[in-house]
Design a protein around this ligand. Structure first.
Ligand code: DAT
Length: 174
C-alpha cells in the first residue's frame, strides 16, 4: 500500500529567529522529519570554498539539492535554513518566515557569540526583511507566511498553527 502523503514545510528567516527550536518541536508534534541544512552540509562536507569575511564555509548548493531530492519527493520534511531561493520551488507546500524584533534578536545573536560585522549584518538582514522578500520572490505569495517569534507564547502559537495546518493538509490529500 502506498504510504500517506505528507507536506514539505520550509522554515526560514534570519539566524537567531528560532527556526531550529520551532522545527524540532514541530517534528515531534507532527511526526514529520526535521532537516537542518547547516547540519546536513557539515555532515556531508557539502561545501564549496570558504568565506573569509564571515569566517564560515560556503554551501555547495547543488550538492545540497542533490542530497535532499529523493527525501523531498517523498514528502513529510521540515527544512530549516536561513535562505530560501536555493531550493526548487516545487519542493514546498508552505513557507514560514520567522520574524524577531531587533532588541530580542540582538540579545540572541550576542549570546551565540556573534560580534562586529557578523552581528550587524544579521541584524540588518532582519530589519530590511531580506529573507521575507527573498521568499516572496522565490515562492507563490500565497504560500509565504510571516510568524512573529519573540516569546515562548509566540512559539507555542506558531507550533499550534503549523500543526493544525499540517493535519488539515494530510486530511485533504489522502
Ligand atoms: P535559528 O535556528 O533561527 O538560528 P534558534 O532556534 O537557534 O534560531 O533560536 C535562537 C535562540 O533564541 C535560542 O536560544 C532559542 C531562542 N528562541 C527561539 N525562539 C524563541 C521564541 N519564540 N521566544 C524566545 N526565545 C526563542
Amino acid at each position: 500500500m502506498k504510504s500517506r502523503r505528507q507536506p514539505n514545510i520550509l522554515l526560514t528567516g534570519t539566524p537567531g529567529v528560532g527556526k531550529t527550536t520551532l522545527g524540532k518541536e514541530l517534528a515531534q508534534r507532527t511526526g514529520l522529519t526535521y532537516v537542518n541544512i547547516g547540519d546536513l552540509a557539515q555532515e556531508g562536507d557539502l561545501y564549496d570554498g570558504y568565506d573569509e569575511v564571515y569566517q564560515c564555509p560556503i554551501l555547495d548548493e547543488d550538492r545540497v539539492i542533490d542530497e535532499l531530492e529523493e527525501k523531498m519527493s517523498q514528502g513529510g520534511v521540515i527544512v530549516d535554513y536561513h535562505g530560501c531561493d536555493l531550493f526548487p520551488e516545487r519542493w514546498f507546500q508552505i513557507v514560514f518566515v520567522l520574524r524577531t524584533d531587533n532588541t530580542q534578536l540582538y540579545a540572541r545573536l550576542e549570546n551565540r557569540g556573534y560580534t562586529g560585522k557578523k552581528l550587524q549584518d544579521n541584524l540588518q538582514c532582519e530589519i530590511f526583511q531580506t529573507i521575507y522578500e527573498e521568499a516572496m520572490e522565490a515562492y507563490k505569495e500565497e504560500l509565504v507566511h510571516q510568524l512573529p517569534s519573540n516569546s515562548p507564547e509566540d512559539m507555542e502559537n506558531n507550533l499550534e498553527q503549523i500543526a493544525q495546518w499540517t493535519e488539515k493538509w494530510i486530511k485533504d490529500h489522502n
